[in-house]
Design a protein around this ligand. Structure first.
Ligand SMILES: [Fe+2]
Length: 298
């Protein structure tokens, strides 16, 4: 009897791709990406792709960048608007971490400096990434307490939209929570489990656990629902959508439900889950890994 196919984003996938993912050497860009017809922008994207890929593969840490005036103007615009929303809707852990890391709208932070600070605080670090990495490759770095981050910026014609993670998403969404010990341990455990297992289905279930928490999680705080997932924190549209839209369901985070819920990353999210606390999430991650029977090295 053959096993039922694994479904991701509504389509059947090859489990082997989860276990032995491809690693493209050239920038492959979605045709819907704003800026694809702007030769200057694409030249810079290709240059950043090659530089950050080299730094990743040679384990050199994030390169330092001289950001252009256009990139800085874009950062100021988007991060300024996000900052106002964060003050109102982000969870306390995030606000404190962003403040402690001195991430402001005044200048684009250098990932290298943020990485040094995370190393001191939670023994984690940032890995330069040329773009989205295949899930297992991504989690192999996380298993070593490194988080892959991009350093290019989206095209200024669409300041609120990027079809793939960019500097704004990674720096404002993913980096600050790494200042939290519980958060760092949850993600490291998921990384170790995904890097250890040879079962494509396990990797898919871990990916969903991560998507509905690290990427799109909400958190309960003093009787209020606050934002904690990176995909929400880095989007001026997703913050109000996640908290107030009538089209969004906000259910308590029940791991069994979460790992069996498919999602589509290309649309505004309609299924969200609320965690009661970060220690709860850490416990749930430990239980899940144990239940899947994945033996992770401590
Ligand atoms: Fe993300």
């Amino acid at each position: 009897m053959t096993a039922p196919p694994l479904i991701q984003y509504g389509v059947a996938i090859d489990p082997n791709e989860m276990v032995e993912p491809p690693d493209p050497e050239e920038l492959a860009i979605d045709p819907k990406t704003p800026g694809i017809d702007d030769p200057e922008y694409m030249r810079r994207r290709r240059w950043i792709f090659q530089l950050t890929r080299k730094h990743r593969l040679e384990r050199l840490g994030p390169p330092l960048f001289d950001y252009t005036p256009e990139e800085t103007a874009l950062w100021k615009d988007v991060s300024g608007r996000l900052h106002e929303l964060h003050e109102k809707h982000a969870c306390q852990m995030y606000l404190k971490a962003k403040h402690d890391l001195a991430i402001t709208e005044d200048a684009i932070p250098q990932m290298r400096h943020l990485s040094d600070r995370l190393r001191q605080e939670t023994q984690t670090h940032l890995v330069p990434a040329e773009g989205s990495l295949a899930y297992r490759t991504f989690y192999e770095y996380i298993a070593e307490r490194g988080f892959p981050v991009t350093q290019f910026l989206r095209h200024p014609s669409h300041p609120e939209f990027t079809p793939e993670p960019d500097m704004i998403h990674d720096c404002l969404g993913h980096v600050p929570p790494f200042m939290s010990r519980d958060y760092a341990e949850v993600i490291t455990l998921i990384g170790k489990a995904a890097a250890t297992t040879h079962d494509g289905e396990h990797i898919l279930l871990l990916k969903r656990f991560s998507w509905f928490s690290i990427e799109f999680g909400l958190i309960e705080e003093h009787g209020d629902t606050r934002v904690f997932g990176a995909g929400i924190l880095s989007s001026t549209g997703e913050i109000p959508n996640s908290l107030y839209s009538k089209d969004v369901s906000r259910r308590p985070f029940v791991t069994e439900t979460v790992i069996h819920t498919d999602y589509d990353p290309t649309y505004m999210q309609k299924d969200l889950f609320v965690i009661p606390s970060l220690p709860f999430l850490r416990q749930e991650a430990e239980n899940l890994v144990r239940r899947l029977g994945i033996e992770v090295a401590s």
